[in-house]
Design a protein around this ligand. Structure first.
Ligand SMILES: Nc1ncnc2c1ncn2[C@@H]1O[C@H](COP(=O)(O)OP(=O)(O)OP(=O)(O)O)[C@@H](O)[C@H]1O
Ligand SMILES: [Mg+2]
Length: 325
């Protein structure tokens, strides 16, 4: 877990880049930092691996104050991916990927297999690419190598600063999908900076919206869409996305009771998958006439929704639509 406590950063020329932020990045989650150019995303990220030191406040990693941690050691345990790849041009792909493991003293047998495994993970045939130099790869392929290089030594934390922004839209979508599926298996703590709200909504567990050195809102993608904290966040998300999302709101977003449901009689409810839409949920309630819907996720009961909850969701949808006309 990474924790920012009242962190500020004033650069030497007096620029107040970060004006006192509090932020918790839970272990194993992907948190996106998003906001306009100059709002302080990169500054926030670089304070985690001490490329920049805070002017005041503390940053804790697993409870340990980073100002008390050796920075070389710290950086070896934090993967870092930047926009313009940063592969070393005179090293082969294999050497680039195994750099940190070698610095950490892994043996050849340990990292060789790892290099192949990682190349396969992002669809680059090891036999073809292992011995190539970065310039012998396309931009998208180089960026894939940049991502897996950050994963190579299995750091618990990975920082990614607009890693896909230099890519064409198709490679970008592919890499987003790949990152998502990799994260589903490795569960690293990832801080992901982006300008692109669609990218953030797609890949993040939580999104921190920043503005002018401050955090305006931290929320899950569905909370952000259903309850933007203020006009700035609303505008940042965009009216189109807000409207599009409402019709797709899932039953799990409407769940209102996640304690009492265990006592309900089986005759009182109907099971419904967590990703059913409002409309589907309303239809099931009408058809069955039962008082509750039991929300099922990963094969387990996770909570319930009442007819009232559905009505409320539908009503707030109507209200938002009315406001946007
Ligand atoms: N070394 C520096 N000296 C002085 N000011 C700086 C320095 N680095 C960044 N800044 C300023 O701090 C503010 C935050 O910069 P930062 O790079 O963190 O923004 P960002 O959100 O990453 O922007 P972008 O989306 O353009 O990458 C900006 O006003 C920037 O001009
Ligand atoms: Mg930046």
């Amino acid at each position: 877990m990474i924790k920012f406590k009242n962190v500020t950063k004033v650069y030497e020329d007096g620029t107040e880049a970060i004006k006192g932020i509090n932020l918790t990045i839970p272990k194993g989650k992907l948190v996106a930092l998003i906001g306009p150019s100059g709002c302080g995303k990169t500054t926030t990220m670089k304070m985690i691996n001490k490329l920049i030191s805070p002017s005041s406040g503390t940053i804790l990693i697993n409870g340990k104050d980073t100002s008390q941690t050796d920075e070389v050691e710290l950086r070896r345990n934090i993967g870092y991916v930047i926009q313009r790849i940063g592969l070393l041009p005179h090293m082969t792909i294999e050497e680039n990927i195994s750099l940190i493991p070698r610095l950490k003293g892994w043996k050849k047998e340990q990292y060789e297999g790892r290099v192949d495994e990682l190349l396969n993970l992002v669809g680059l045939e090891p036999k073809v690419y292992r011995k190539r130099y970065p310039l012998e790869l396309s931009g998208g392929q180089q960026q894939r190598v940049g991502v897996i290089r950050a994963l190579a030594a299995e750091p618990p934390i990975i920082l990614m600063d607009e890693p896909f922004s230099a890519l064409d839209p198709i490679s970008r979508e592919q890499l987003q999908d790949e990152l998502k599926s990799i994260q589903n298996t490795i569960h690293k703590t990832i801080v992901f900076v982006t300008h692109d709200i669609d990218e953030a909504l797609k890949i993040a567990d939580e999104i921190a919206v920043m503005r002018d050195g401050e955090i305006e809102q931290i929320a899950t993608p569905s909370e952000l869409l259903s309850q933007p904290a203020n006009e700035f966040v609303r505008a940042f998300i965009g009216e189109d996305r807000l409207n599009a999302r409402q019709t797709q709101m899932q039953v799990i977003d409407m769940m209102e009771d996640n304690t009492n449901y265990v006592h309900y009689e089986e005759s009182e409810y109907t099971l419904i998958p967590y990703d059913a839409t409002v409309q589907e949920a309303a239809r099931v309630l009408l058809e069955t006439g039962k008082p509750y819907l039991m929300v099922i996720k990963d094969g387990k009961k996770t909570g319930s929704v009442t007819a009232r909850g559905i009505l409320r969701a539908v009503a707030s949808e109507g209200k938002k639509e009315a406001r946007s006309v």
